[in-house]
Design a binder for this molecule. Structure first.
Ligand code: 6PG
Length: 482
C-alpha cells in the first residue's frame, strides 16, 4: 500500500482530478473499469506525478494506505452505486469513500446511512469547474461527517481553486448537504446562462447586431459588476467562427439546449420546500421548450401572427439601450441568486444542516462555473446578517436592484411589445414586484378556495380560521377554529 488517495473513474473529470491530486504531491491510485483507459491515462499523464494504476478494484483498494481514501468520479445513478458497493466490500471501518459526481442529494443521504452502518465514511462532494477546474482548481462542496472532513481537508484544500489566497472548499454539512449545495449551484448556473442568452437574443434579433459585435459588448460588460466566468466565455463563444463554413459558430449550432438533470432537481426540490425559484425554473423550462422539436416545428407551420422581434432603436440610442439590457441582466441575476440562496437556507432547516451561507458564497468565488465578482459582496452580505431573509434586503443589493428598476421594466415591456421571449427577465421582475407588494391577490384565491372547497381563510383583523356558508341565505361567516 503506497497511495494516500485513489480515484475511481478516469473519464474527463476523474482524470483531471487525479492529475490535480498528483500535481500537489499526493500519491494517487487510479482505477477505471476498462483498463485500456487507465493505460491511456498512464501513457499521457503517468510522468506528471506518483500514480499507482490498478487493473482491478481489489488491486486498487490494496494500493491505498490505511485508513483509505477513495474518490469516485463515475456517472451519477446506478454506476455510482455499483462502484461504492464494490469498494465498500473491500474496505474497512474508518475508510472514506468520496462521491465527486453530480449525485442527487437524497441518494447521498441514503448511501451515507448505508455506509455508516458498515463503519465507513461516505462523503458526497460537489465538484464544480468542469474539466479545466478539476485539473487546475475546482470549487469543492463536501458533505459527510466532521471526522471525514478533518481528514480530507488538507488534500482538498491543496487541490481547490484559490480566491484571494483562500481555498474554495468548505465542509458544507452532514450527509447530502454538499450535493444539495452543488445542485443549487447548477440551478443558478442555468438561470445565469439563460439570462445571458436572453440578453444575446435582444441584441441579435432585437437590435440586429452580429455575434462579433455582441461578443464585444459582453467583453465590455465583463469589466463591470457583471464580471464573471460565464460572461467571459459568452464573449469567446460569440467570437468563434465555424471552421467548415466560416460563419459564426453560434449560427451553425442547433438551438436545442441539453441538460443532465441538476437544474430540474433544483426546481423539484424548491417546489417540495415551497420556495419560489422562478428564475431557475424558467431557465429549465426554456431549455425544455428549445428541445421540443415537434412543438416548435408545429408552431412554425402555424405561421402565428405577431411582432417580428425587431426593436426599432435609433442608432444614437443604441448605447443607452445596451445599458438597459445590462441593468436588466444584473437585476435578474441578483434575483436568481437570492432565490437559490433561499432554497439552500430552507433545505438547511429542513434537513438540519446548519449551512454557512457566507461560506458557500466564498467558495463559489473561484473555480466553479458561476464564479463572479459579485460573490464577494454576497458573502459580505451574509457575513453581516443583512441577507438572512433575502439577498435583496442587503443594502448593496437593495440599492443595485432599485438602480436597475427602470431599465429592467423598459426591457421587459419592450420585449413584450415586440415579441422577444425573455422568460427569465420577466419572471424575475414579477417575483420582485410580488415581493414588494404589501397586498397580493392571494386574498381572492383564498376566497375562491373557500367557496368551492370550504378550505377556509384567515382574516386580517382577528385570529382563527373562517368559512363562509356560501349556500345559506345571507352568507353567514363561521369561525372554524381559533
Ligand atoms: C460544474 C457544472 C457541471 C455540470 C454541467 C452540465 O459546476 O462544473 O455545473 O457539474 O454537469 O454544467 O450541466 P448540464 O448538462 O445539465 O447543462
Amino acid at each position: 500500500a503506497a497511495a494516500n488517495v485513489g480515484v475511481v473513474g478516469l473519464a474527463a473529470m476523474g482524470a483531471s482530478l487525479a492529475r490535480n491530486l498528483a500535481h500537489h504531491g499526493n500519491k494517487v491510485a487510479v482505477f477505471n473499469r476498462t483498463y485500456a483507459r487507465t493505460e491511456d491515462f498512464m501513457e499521457h499523464h503517468g510522468q506528471e506525478g506518483d500514480f499507482y494504476p490498478a487493473r482491478t478494484v481489489e488491486e486498487f483498494v490494496a494500493s491505498l494506505e490505511k485508513p483509505r481514501t477513495a474518490i469516485v468520479m463515475v456517472k451519477a445513478g446506478a454506476p455510482t452505486d455499483q462502484v461504492i458497493n464494490e469498494l465498500a466490500d473491500l474496505m474497512e471501518p474508518g475508510d472514506i469513500i468520496v462521491d465527486g459526481g453530480n449525485s442527487f442529494f437524497q441518494d447521498t443521504i441514503r448511501r451515507e446511512k448505508a455506509m455508516a452502518q458498515r463503519g465507513l465514511h461516505f462523503v458526497g462532494m460537489g465538484v464544480s469547474g468542469g474539466e479545466e477546474g478539476a485539473l487546475n482548481g475546482p470549487s469543492l462542496m463536501p458533505g459527510g461527517s466532521e471526522e471525514s472532513w478533518e481528514r480530507l481537508k488538507p488534500i482538498l484544500e491543496s487541490i481547490a481553486a484559490k480566491a484571494d489566497g483562500e481555498p474554495c472548499v468548505m465542509h458544507i454539512g452532514p450527509n447530502g448537504a454538499g450535493h444539495f449545495v452543488k445542485m443549487v449551484h447548477n440551478g443558478i448556473e442555468y438561470a445565469d446562462m439563460q439570462l445571458i442568452a436572453e440578453s444575446y437574443d435582444l441584441m441579435r434579433r432585437g437590435l440586429g447586431m452580429t455575434p462579433d459585435e455582441i461578443g464585444a459588448v459582453f467583453e465590455d460588460w465583463n469589466r463591470t459588476e457583471l464580471n464573471s466566468y460565464l460572461i467571459e466565455i459568452t464573449a469567446q463563444v460569440l467570437r468563434e467562427k465555424d471552421e467548415r463554413t466560416g460563419k459564426p459558430l453560434v449560427d451553425v449550432i442547433l438551438d436545442h439546449a441539453g441538460m443532465k438533470g441538476t437544474g430540474t432537481w433544483t426546481v423539484q426540490c424548491a417546489l417540495n420546500l415551497g420556495i419560489p425559484v422562478t428564475g431557475i425554473a424558467e431557465a429549465v423550462f426554456a431549455r425544455g421548450l428549445s428541445s421540443q422539436t415537434e412543438l416548435r416545428e408545429g408552431a412554425a407551420a402555424q405561421h402565428f401572427s405577431g411582432p417580428d422581434a425587431a426593436l426599432d432603436v435609433p442608432a444614437d440610442q443604441r448605447d443607452a439601450f445596451l445599458d438597459d439590457i445590462r441593468h436588466a441582466l444584473y437585476a435578474s441575476k441578483i434575483v436568481a441568486y437570492a432565490q437559490g440562496f433561499n432554497e439552500i437556507a430552507a433545505a438547511g432547516k429542513e434537513y438540519g444542516w446548519d449551512i454557512d451561507m457566507a461560506g458557500v458564497a466564498r467558495i463559489w468565488r473561484a473555480g466553479c462555473i458561476i464564479r463572479a465578482r459579485f460573490l464577494d459582496t454576497i458573502s459580505d452580505a451574509f457575513e453581516t446578517g443583512t441577507a438572512d431573509v433575502s439577498l435583496l434586503f442587503a443594502p448593496y443589493f437593495k440599492e443595485a436592484i432599485e438602480r436597475c428598476g427602470q431599465p429592467w421594466r423598459r426591457i421587459v415591456a419592450d420585449c413584450a411589445m415586440h415579441g422577444i421571449p425573455i422568460p427569465c427577465f420577466s419572471s424575475s421582475l414579477a417575483y420582485f414586484d410580488g415581493l414588494r407588494s404589501t397586498r397580493l391577490p392571494a386574498a381572492l384565491i383564498q376566497g375562491q378556495r373557500d367557496l368551492f372547497g370550504a378550505h377556509t381563510y384567515q382574516r386580517i383583523d382577528m385570529p382563527g380560521a373562517f368559512h363562509v356558508e356560501w349556500e345559506e341565505p345571507g352568507h353567514p361567516e363561521v369561525q372554524v377554529s381559533k
